[in-house]
Write a protein that binds this ligand. Structure first.
Ligand code: HXC
Length: 272
């Protein structure tokens, strides 16, 4: 089936939202050293926030933090932690508070993925991905919540759309992301009375990310791996724009929601 010739434009949030809506705010982002979460961090910083990016590889984080600071004119510092290890996350939070004094926004974005059939997946492989994605989200919430209560802040969890249906070779990630969606919903209803919002962004196929690299067969085949109602693959900026919206006051009454940012791909499943 031929898809429409329309190609959705890639819009920069700085041309839509005011530049200083996040002035004085502090973002704590797991997985912020690369890919989608780095793009989300950059967008929030471009609107005035400072940031702490959290991950396992300190060299990569340090380089990314320097580049983000230079690109945005805001402060970004690295904090080494493995989201599966609560103590390391607590240390990253302590570093954040010592340096910036507060946490307003949290992105739970650290994730792991690879293609493997359920019959060939070891228990440890399954446990590893659920450990990073689901337990890692839980640990991040636990480590940050007191500070997010104090600021009446907001969480965004990075999930996926692949668990809405049966996606082959993604049993581990599907189970993990379903858990992430559930954690966000519970957080929204439990912590709403404390002024906290919690939402999920569910990216579809996003170009130039480790996720798409791991899940695509060959570069030349990418365009045929998915159907594109919007005429193109997603872009990191598409996820970044949704992030700015959900953290902004424009989304003040939006909590407990899952926002797929997938160009409508999920709705085309029946045609593939
Ligand atoms: C089968 C595999 C495997 C593979 C690892 N394992 N890779 N099994 N196929 N390709 C198994 C190992 O054999 C081992 O099980 C277990 O998983 C743990 O592997 P380790 O390498 O020891 O774990 P670790 O060093 O913690 O690495 C975690 C990881 C790794 C997830 C396996 O790939 C990683 O660190 N990834 C982070 C970056 C990443 O994945 N980014 C993409 C996220 S994209 P055994 O039984 O041998 O001990 C994303 C988006 C999803 O999440 C949505 C896309 C549309």
């Amino acid at each position: 089936m031929a898809l429409a010739a329309y190609v959705a434009p890639i819009v920069d949030s700085t041309s839509v939202f005011k530049p200083e809506i996040f002035k004085g705010k502090v973002l704590f982002c797991t997985g912020g050293g690369s890919g989608i979460c780095r793009g989300m961090t950059e967008a929030v910083m471009r609107h005035g926030a400072s940031a702490v990016i959290v991950g396992r590889n300190l060299d990569r984080l340090t380089k990314a933090a320097k580049e983000l600071s230079e690109a945005t004119g805001q402060k970004c510092i690295p904090a080494q932690a493995d989201v599966r290890e609560p103590k390391t996350l607590q240390n990253a939070v302590q570093k954040t508070i010592e340096y910036f004094g507060r946490i307003d926004f949290v992105i739970c974005g650290a994730a792991g993925n690879f293609l493997a059939p359920i019959s060939g997946l070891s228990e440890n492989a399954f446990r590893t991905v659920v450990g990073i994605d689901t337990l890692g989200t839980f640990n991040t919430i636990k480590a940050t919540i007191a500070h997010v209560r104090a600021s009446k802040g907001s969480y965004i969890h990075v999930s996926a759309t692949l668990h809405y249906n049966g996606t082959p070779f993604q049993a581990h990630v599907s189970a993990a992301k379903a858990g992430v969606d559930a954690l966000s919903a519970v957080l929204a209803v439990e912590e709403g009375p404390h002024g906290i919002r919690s939402n999920v962004i569910a990216p579809g196929p996003i170009a130039d990310t480790e996720g798409i690299d791991r899940l695509s067969v060959k570069d030349g085949q990418r365009a045929r791996d998915f159907a594109f109602p919007s005429g193109r693959l997603g872009n990191i900026k598409d996820i970044a724009n949704a992030t700015v919206f959900l953290f902004s006051d424009a989304a003040a009454y939006i909590t407990g929601q899952i926002l797929p940012v997938d160009g409508g791909c999920e709705h085309l499943r029946g045609f593939q």
